[in-house]
Structure formats: structure tokens, C-alpha cells
Design a protein around this ligand. Structure first.
Ligand code: DGY
Length: 326
């Protein structure tokens, strides 16, 4: 025995108090520093935290760019996201530096699909506007013509993207008596739940269009004025993916002109710091949620657990469990 112990790998965690006990487990093996602030770290604060680290455990809303990777230094081996979306990561810069990036698919699919289904019901049945009216004291009498929405059963759901969350939503929609179709740009496969249709056909023939694509250069602004104009005036648009896929100005204009029945958004381009006077919040045919798709105790803990297991795997010299798709 030499009497000297090996230096433990250094790991930075971009928040404190993450759900579950995965970070505690990491701290038993690694030299873990977490961000202890009550608000998320700024880019500069995160850069200070990651210096000299071999592993980073971060959230989907953290920016992992070349500057942050360089702040960590050449020993950095893994960036483990507790998030399925990875649009905040400069994947090219990470690859150039030999850093493995991992994310958390699967574990949040059902939970996020629940929120997509809830948005469909809320927007189409005008449940958000009904609750607002009740809270304003505007419910004086039962009227046959008040708070009328559109039926969900018998409606056609069009899924843009057909990954895990979209499939989980397809299963739920079938239970609600909806017909389901989807568009995926590369995979033209049908299954028992849904059949593939061309993009424009999906927009023209769906009663509900639900967006499930990652935010990339190709999908930014995918649903804009032209696409909204193809949709039925009785249609509902739902987005639980990333705000940037939908052109919000075009959406508001379509709703105000009555060219679209309703919409439900769990994600917005300006999130998370949004003004209460944001026009999105005053449009009666729009239901907006603060990015709660994966927000259950069990799912958030499962996301942190999978991120931690990815980080451990790479630092132990094993392949990551869920690296980014190639
Ligand atoms: C995800 O995992 O991408 C969700 O949007 C939560 O960040």
C-alpha cells in the first residue's frame, strides 16, 4: 500500500436537490459539486462550476456550448442530460472534443403523452376557458350554448414525428375513440395504431395535429403560416416538444382570425422567463402550460437516475446506456 488514494473523478451537477437518490449515489463515488443557488446558474456560473470536471449532469434547459465544454477542460468525458431533448447541446463541439453526450428517452414517454392528451381535451373542449370564466364569476346560468367545444371521440389525430411519446399518445388517443395517422420524414411504417401519411395530407385531414419532433435546424418553424393555413378551421394544434417548432406569431394570428379552432402548448420559444402579459396567455382559444410534460415525481426521478447511470457508465469506461441517436 502506498498510502495515497487515487483522485476521485470530478462531477458537476447543475442543480441541487434533484429528485431521487441518484446524486447521493454519485457523491459516494465521485467528487460531486452541485449548483446550490435557488435559481438556475447563468452560463458564466455554470462555467465556473464545471472547471476540471470529468462528468457533467445537466438539465435540458442548460446551454452546453463550446465555451462550457472548454471551461470544463480536456478531462471532460461525459455530459449526461436529465432530459430527452438535447437542443441545448452543441453536439458537434462535444463530438470534436471526444465528449459523450447522453439523454433520457423512454422514461418520460408515457408521462409526457398524458399531458399531450390533456392538452387535446382542454383545448378542444374549451376547458381552460371554461375554468377562467368560472373564476371570473361569469357563470350565472346553465345554458345550452355556453362553453361549447368539439368532440374528441371520432376525431382524427395527426402526429408529426412518430417516436416514443407520439406512440404513447397514439395508444391513449385510441382509448378516446380517435383515429390516428402520423408523418415521419424518414420512416414510412404503419402499425396497428397509426398509418403514415404525407406531411401536407396530415395537416389537411387531421382534426388534431400534435407535434413530436425534436428542435433542429430542419424543424425550426416547421408549423408556420403556410402549414396552419392547410389545417381545417375546426382543427386543434398541440405542441409538447419544443417551442421553436411552432411559429407562435403565426399561431396567434390563425387563432384570432378563426382559421384554427384551438391550440395547446406545453412549450414556448420564450420559456421559461415569460411575462404575465405575454399575448399567448390572453388568447381564449389557447391553453398554455409551463413545460410540465415530464413533471411527475416518479418520472423526474427516473430521468435523473438514468442520467446518473449514463454518467457512471462512461466514467467507468463502459458504453453509455442511452447516448444521443447517431
Ligand atoms: C425533455 O426531456 O426533453 C423534456 O422536455 C423535459 O426537459
Amino acid at each position: 500500500m502506498s498510502g495515497t488514494s487515487a483522485r476521485r473523478p470530478r462531477v458537476a451537477v447543475s442543480r441541487t436537490g434533484l429528485p431521487g437518490d441518484a446524486v447521493k449515489r454519485l457523491a459516494a463515488r465521485f467528487d460531486v459539486t452541485d449548483w446550490t443557488g435557488t435559481r438556475p446558474p447563468t452560463g458564466a456560473e455554470l462555467a465556473g462550476l464545471v472547471q476540471g470536471c470529468e462528468g457533467l449532469l445537466v438539465l435540458g434547459s442548460d446551454r452546453v456550448d463550446a465555451a462550457l465544454l472548454d471551461a470544463a477542460g480536456p478531462g471532460l468525458r461525459v455530459v449526461a442530460l436529465a432530459s430527452m431533448g438535447y437542443d441545448g447541446v452543441d453536439v458537434v463541439a462535444a463530438t470534436e472534443r471526444g465528449v459523450v453526450v447522453t439523454h433520457t428517452p423512454d422514461v418520460l414517454a408515457d408521462t409526457t403523452a398524458d399531458v399531450a392528451m390533456a392538452l387535446i381535451l382542454m383545448a378542444r373542449r374549451r376547458l381552460g376557458a371554461s375554468m377562467d370564466a368560472l373564476r371570473r364569476g361569469a357563470w350565472g346560468a346553465f345554458r345550452m350554448d355556453a362553453f361549447l367545444g368539439l368532440d374528441v371521440h371520432g376525431a382524427t389525430l395527426g402526429l408529426i414525428g412518430y417516436g416514443r411519446i407520439a406512440r404513447a399518445l397514439a395508444r391513449r388517443a385510441a382509448g378516446f375513440g380517435m383515429r390516428v395517422q402520423h408523418h415521419h420524414p424518414r420512416r414510412r411504417e404503419d402499425d396497428q395504431l397509426s398509418h403514415w401519411v404525407p406531411f401536407d395530407d396530415l395537416l389537411r385531414t387531421s382534426d388534431v395535429v400534435s407535434v413530436h419532433t425534436p428542435l433542429t435546424e430542419e424543424t425550426e418553424g416547421l408549423i408556420g403560416t403556410t402549414e396552419l393555413a392547410l389545417m381545417k378551421p375546426t382543427a386543434t394544434l398541440v405542441n409538447t416538444g419544443r417551442g421553436g417548432v411552432v411559429d407562435e406569431k403565426a399561431l396567434l394570428a390563425a387563432l384570432r382570425r378563426g382559421e384554427l379552432h384551438s391550440a395547446g402548448l406545453d412549450v414556448m420559444t420564450g420559456e421559461p422567463r415569460m411575462s404575465p402579459s405575454d399575448p399567448l396567455f390572453s388568447e381564449p382559444h389557447l391553453v398554455v402550460l409551463p413545460h410540465v410534460g415530464s413533471a411527475t415525481e416518479a418520472t423526474r426521478a427516473a430521468m435523473v437516475e438514468l442520467a446518473a447511470r449514463n454518467l457512471e457508465a462512461v466514467l467507468d469506461g463502459h458504453p453509455a446506456l442511452t447516448p444521443l441517436p447517431g
